[in-house]
Design a protein around this ligand. Structure first.
Ligand code: C2E
Ligand code: MG
Ligand code: MG
Ligand code: MG
Length: 286
């Protein structure tokens, strides 16, 4: 009878479950060919050095130009990609795009330019990223590993999976920079900031909230990071008030709509060209 009841219950919910599951399965199937059909795009969001106003880095952010559904944001397909494991192939592709873009920006504009890529936890487990392959690609492209920053999450720092620990360590030992993304949204205790040699910490936009505690929290986090030798990037900077506050709080870098939305690599090139030109005009005028 229990079995019968269970089956009835299952049948009752089945149509609803199937709908969501089918939508995810369709997306997962379409994603299998998306790389082959060149449907992914990478946009780059400029990162500004707050003390100079210079664009010194950019964050690679993936998009999916879906043939029927238009341009999809990461939130619409990354969770499925993580679930199916497709994120490994997508992440490798984004990494190679980022390498090519940073190389181009270094040759044309700024030899110290850096580009960051976001990491998913599944990329660092067994059967995920092959770190040796990433390093080979950097060698082929003659790019210094420190030009690439891998953004990790708090949950990755906490993970004790052997592969995760080993791969993050290997990236660091190879000279690739590590950045802690979305700091303040997870459950990472401050002690874990020392677990890996982090180069950057990205303050989540929720820290920039217009409440009383906002600026004090920001200042404390920045001071703590600096004590540990970690430079700080504020994310989601949307207005000049925040920009001024962050500079006053000692924040090193800022990223957000007040500076620029994510743009194509060609637009990034143009943005850096405009800066080069204004410097040249300034030089010839002297
Ligand atoms: P994230 O790493 O925290 O990236 C920052 C997100 O904030 C981006 O959303 C960016 O477009 C958005 N943003 C930029 N400026 C502002 C601002 O002034 N205000 C606000 N409120 N938001 C701003 P996006 O591009 O939709 O990406 C969402 C998330 O998807 C990213 O969050 C990242 O975790 C993930 N993601 C993006 N690309 C990749 C990828 O190649 N691989 C993986 N694994 N994850 C990715
Ligand atoms: Mg990020
Ligand atoms: Mg991220
Ligand atoms: Mg973030």
């Amino acid at each position: 009878a229990a079995k019968q009841q269970g089956r009835n219950r299952f049948n009752y919910f089945a149509p609803f479950m199937q709908e969501a599951t089918r939508a995810r399965m369709t997306l997962a199937n379409e994603m299998r060919d998306a790389l082959m059909h060149n449907q992914f795009r990478v946009l780059y969001q400029p990162v500004i050095e707050l003390s100079t106003g210079n664009v010194v880095k950019a964050e690679a952010l993936v998009r999916w130009q879906h043939p029927a559904r238009g341009l999809l944001c990461p939130s619409e397909f990354i969770p499925v990609a993580e679930h199916t494991g497709a994120i490994v192939g997508i992440g490798d592709w984004v990494f190679r795009q980022a390498v090519q873009t940073v190389k181009r920006m270094q040759l044309l504009h700024d030899k110290n330019f850096q580009v960051s890529v976001n990491g998913s936890i599944c990329q660092f487990r067994e059967r995920g990223v092959n770190v040796a392959e990433w390093l080979d690609y950097l060698g082929e492209q003659r790019l210094a590993p420190k030009s690439i920053i891998v953004e990790v999450t708090e949950s990755m720092l906490l993970d004790t999976d052997h592969a995760v620990v080993h791969k993050l360590q290997a990236l660091h030992e190879a000279g690739i920079a590590l950045s802690l993304d979305d700091f303040g949204t997870g459950y990472c205790s401050v002690a874990f900031l020392k677990r890996y040699a982090l180069n950057f910490l990205k303050i989540d936009p929720s820290f920039l909230m217009e409440n009383e505690a906002g600026p004090a929290l920001c200042e404390a986090v920045i001071a703590l990071a600096h004590k540990l030798g970690i430079r700080v990037i504020a994310e989601g900077v949307e207005n000049q008030r925040q920009q001024v506050q962050l500079l006053a709080a000692g924040c090193d870098f800022g990223q957000g709509y007040v500076f620029s939305a994510p743009i194509t690599s060609d637009e990034l090139d143009e943005m850096l060209s405009a800066v080069d030109k204004s410097i040249n005009i300034h030089r010839t005028a002297c």
